[in-house]
Design a protein around this ligand. Structure first.
Ligand code: NAD
Length: 277
């Protein structure tokens, strides 16, 4: 019961990471307000979670919808301890020279402006409360170039920047602000990109397992939910402004081919000797 007595709001809670976090948070004693544009799927998860969850329609491109999500947490459950800015799409794809400006702006609206609204309205209620944990979804594409489309990469980098800036401001109010950067994980988003079918989660796990530095181990929505759980709980009480990767070490150079690494070691040792002479 690591979140006993805590109230959370989660955007994009009808699928993938958001749904997994809702289930994990409730299993750990939290009550959760689920926000999403997918009405039926969101309501189904709220029903599954019973009295511990309530669903509201929330389009993260609309500031009023996010304000309502936050206000629902306060009116229905009494306060807001955890704000999880998770909703996202892949968005504008293709070469920079031909990316349509409208698609770019639409993507920024969801991936960056939605996170800004989430931080803003969470701060509105958390500052008077004098406590809170804000978690925003970045990506390995928020750390390295070339892992996602241009707009996605730019927005996910910006989420890390926003996280640092807001963390620096809100520490004075005992509010912690952190981000999560997953690699490709088995959710509807990646299933759609990998197979063309958002429902093909099992097939996606096999594809991810074959490409994982942690041999045979795909990244799963539950891995990200566990990272969010730690950032949401008091166990991370002295951590703010941090970006927690759930990427099997990809952003620090882990590869699917450790044999190559072993082959390099003797060469490194030889090179090191010349430095010692
Ligand atoms: N799956 C991955 O490998 C991966 C890796 C890194 C980062 N991410 C990020 O994680 C977050 C969640 O992705 P996921 O993999 O769970 O995808 P998903 O498609 O399973 O879930 C995303 C949810 O966001 C909702 N959503 C989309 N647009 C919205 C809007 N305008 N307002 C409110 N809700 C909206 C969708 O309806 C859906 O329920 C996204 O921000 C994504 O960029 C995913």
């Amino acid at each position: 019961m690591r979140l006993e007595g805590k109230i959370a709001a989660i955007t994009g809670a009808a699928s993938g990471f958001g749904a997994a976090a809702a289930r994990r948070f409730v299993a750990e004693g939290a009550k959760v307000v689920l926000g999403d544009i997918q009405l039926e799927a969101g309501q189904a998860i709220a029903e599954e979670l019973g009295d511990s969850a309530v669903f509201v329609t929330c389009n993260v491109t609309k500031e009023d919808d996010i304000a309502n999500l936050v206000d629902t947490a306060v009116s229905h459950f009494g306060k807001l301890d955890i704000m999880y800015n998770n909703a996202g799409i892949v968005g504008a794809v293709g070469p920079i020279a031909t990316t349509p400006a409208q698609e770019w702006k639409f993507t920024v609206d969801i991936l960056l402006n939605g996170v800004f609204y989430g931080c803003k309205h969470a701060a509105r209620v958390m500052i008077p409360q004098g406590s809170g944990s804000i978690i925003s979804m970045s990506s390995t594409a928020g750390i390295l170039g070339g892992l996602g489309p241009h707009c996605y990469t730019a927005c996910k980098h910006a989420v890390i920047g926003l996280t640092k800036g807001v963390a620096a401001e809100l520490c004075a109010h005992n509010i912690r602000v952190n981000a999560i950067s997953p690699a490709g994980m088995a959710t509807a988003m990646v299933a759609n990109v990998s197979t063309g079918d958002p429902g093909a989660i099992e097939e996606t796990k096999k594809i991810l397992a074959a490409n994982s530095p942690l041999k045979g181990r795909p990244g799963m929505a539950e891995d990200v939910a566990n990272a969010a759980l730690w950032l949401a709980s008091d166990e991370s009480g002295y951590t703010s402004g941090h970006t927690l990767t759930t990427d099997a070490g990809i952003t620090v150079g882990a590869t699917t081919n450790p044999i190559a690494f072993e082959e390099y070691q003797p060469l490194f040792r030889e090179a090191g000797k010349s430095g010692l002479e």
